[in-house]
Design a binder for this molecule. Sequence first.
Ligand SMILES: O=C(O)CCC(=O)C(=O)O
Length: 360
Amino acid sequence: MGSLVDPAFVQAPEHRPKPTATETAVGIPLIDLSPLLHSPIPTDGGAAPPAISSLLAEVEAACRDWGFFQVINHGVPSELLDNIMAASKGFFALPAEEKWQVKRDEVNPLGYYNTEHTKNVRDWKEVFDLIVEELPVPLALAEPGADEFLSLRNRWPEHPPAFREACEKYTKAMNELAFKLLELISLTLGLPAKRLNGFFKDRASFIRLNHYPPCPSPHLALGVGRHKDAGALTILAQDDVGGLDVKRRSDGEWIRVKPIPNSYIINVGDIIQVWSNDKYESAEHRVSVNLERERFSIPFFFNPALYVTVQPLDELIDEKKRPAKYNAYNWGEFFKARKNSNFKKLEVENVQIYHFKKAV
Ligand SMILES: O=C(O)CCC(=O)C(=O)O
């Protein structure tokens, strides 16, 4: 079959999806968060109740072996997801001219766009980005010269009318879930539950609404090319179409994540990889598209403040036995470089955490 899409979307042969994705019975782990509905996360250093201890063991194994897991009984009311999904569908169904009224540009990376590139190949999708908390100006500055961050302001479309409210309510619920997950992960690293919370005081989290239209050449293009998430944690909602593929660590096979109603997909990002000094690794993933059905997904990217210096946590480092594997880097600078390279095709590879890896 030849290409029916613009060459800008065509992946190199080695990165094209196979005609059939591997949907295995043993996919990414499924974790039931209901123990959190009955017992609080222990923050006083005391022993965790048995239900929380076994939850921690599951989270630890999932972060270590996959970097990905799905959660159910997470406590997020389902109508919040229904409302934001409806808002997203309503927005993407608008005429192109109306969507362009709220388009992102090189200065403010928030709003609508349909020209994102991942690893310099165009993605088969359109997106709308919004920041969760609009940042007060001085806090947004990572360093002198990073004045692009002054323009991190949401662009709200006029239609559909419930769009803004649906996004804001959903965002609040995501923040709560993200902090619970962060605290669980901190405990699995042998740290106090709230050890990582301080990095998120002026957090630069954002939400993306993704729309993947049907694609005439799904064997050549991808909805999102292979990538790892640069932030701390991602909480993803997807509809029932399916298309998210995760690279299995044990054999490098792409595994399709099965849609489960009212669940969220969680993945650890590069920042947790660095904080944990590689105990946990952020996993490569991508999105396959299909011929017939459009697909919608909503990732929530839980990110620390832009001024945070990211480096392996002191408590997990031992100069002799477990030396730090990464040099420190500034999160705001990293975020800015990534956003720029996603906006347009560049001739060079965009910044990756392995650029900060220490020579051994
Ligand atoms: O749509 C999905 O399932 C994943 C989206 C994703 O990886 C992204 O937007 O970075």
